[in-house]
Design a protein around this ligand. Structure first.
Ligand code: DP6
Length: 322
């Protein structure tokens, strides 16, 4: 009745922003992500703790604010008649700051909850359950390069390439560790309702997905860089033009983009992407990773650097007790 799972966050190269069904949390657009290896969230679910209500501890501290969503995730995996759970979470990077902590948390919670309840579900079912809790979490049930489709009545995922067959590196420049003011769930709904660019965002996504799929298939770094940067800036333009505007960047975010441009001008194979937060993720080839890391570390306003390979799928931790 207890199990522990670990999951890595994923970052989207072609972004999910907007929902077409709020109740079933179905995305309005398809997305393509890479799962990271060095960042991780470990979640233990104990259904045997003899509690009357669920308790969530994040790094040893009770968190009431985040409990509702994690309890709802456990309800959808195990059923609402389940015993109350003690859920403990440990994360080695800042949470709710645009580093996809909800993706790794809900992926790990789903895997741990299913195992704690003695359920043996196929990965696609676990991904659908994680996606119900947070759309991007579905992608962390897979490693490498993963596409989340927006077609059909249930979400579907495809692994485009595993993490070993194109070993890109990601350098994460952390420019702020505080939690963001508006979470993705609320912000993407504001964009859908108010941004004048929302329709063209939806209409042009398939073109970006097709370019990214082809670039990943052919391991064409320049093509992937072009479409990923374009898609990222298009999503942020959509956010900036929403009412109220969603402006997640700070001055260091922009300095990091300038650093990436300079590295590109020097011939380095690197591109940037930014999610709903001020952190910059620089995706690069292994040979250029040290130069990218040094340049971003020396960029004004960067507080911390994390470098990582591409990572594997969410999984149970060895010795996890069912
Ligand atoms: C900018 O998956 O956090 O990171 O489904 O409402 O939980 P919910 O949204 P979430 O949104 C992620 C948005 C993004 C882009 C992406 O990861 O594709």
């Amino acid at each position: 009745m207890q199990a522990t799972a670990i999951a890595q966050p994923n970052i989207a190269l072609i972004k999910y922003w907007g929902k077409r069904d709020l109740g079933r949390n179905l995305p309005a657009v398809g997305s393509i992500s890479i799962t990271l290896s060095a960042l991780h969230t470990t979640i233990a679910v104990d259904l045997d703790a003899g509690l009357r209500n669920d308790v969530l501890l994040i790094s040893g501290v009770a968190d009431v604010e985040r409990l509702t969503r994690i309890s709802a995730c456990l309800d959808s995996v195990i059923g609402e008649q389940r015993p109350a759970a003690r859920i403990t979470s440990e994360c080695n990077f800042p949470i709710a700051a645009g580093l996809a902590s909800s993706a790794s948390a809900f992926a790990a919670a789903t895997v741990a909850a299913a195992a704690a309840a003695g359920l043996s579900l196929p990965t696609i079912e676990l991904a659908r359950l994680a996606g119900l809790a947070s759309g991007s979490a579905a992608r962390s049930l897979y490693g490498g390069f993963t596409e989340l489709s927006n077609a059909g009545d249930v979400i579907d995922l495809t692994v485009l390439r595993d993490e070993q067959s194109w070993p890109l590196q990601v350098v994460v420049a952390i420019t702020e560790t505080a939690a963001k003011a508006t979470g993705s769930t609320a912000a993407m709904e504001i964009s859908r309702q108010t941004s004048p660019f929302y329709e063209s965002w939806i209409e042009t996504q398939e073109e970006d997905l097709a370019k990214a799929r082809a670039a990943i298939r052919e391991r064409d770094f320049a093509a992937l860089a072009g479409v990923a940067e374009h898609n990222c800036l298009k999503m942020h333009s959509l956010m900036w033009a929403s009412r109220p505007p969603m402006m997640y960047w700070n001055s260091a975010t922009l300095h990091c983009l300038q650093t990436v441009r300079k590295l590109q001008d020097e011939g380095r194979q690197v591109f940037f992407t930014i999610d709903a937060g001020p952190q910059v993720k620089a995706v690069c080839v292994a040979d250029d990773a040290a130069a990218v890391r040094d340049a971003l570390a020396a960029t004004p306003g960067v507080r911390k650097i994390m470098s990582t390979d591409l990572g594997p799928a969410a999984r149970l931790v060895d010795g996890s007790d069912r």
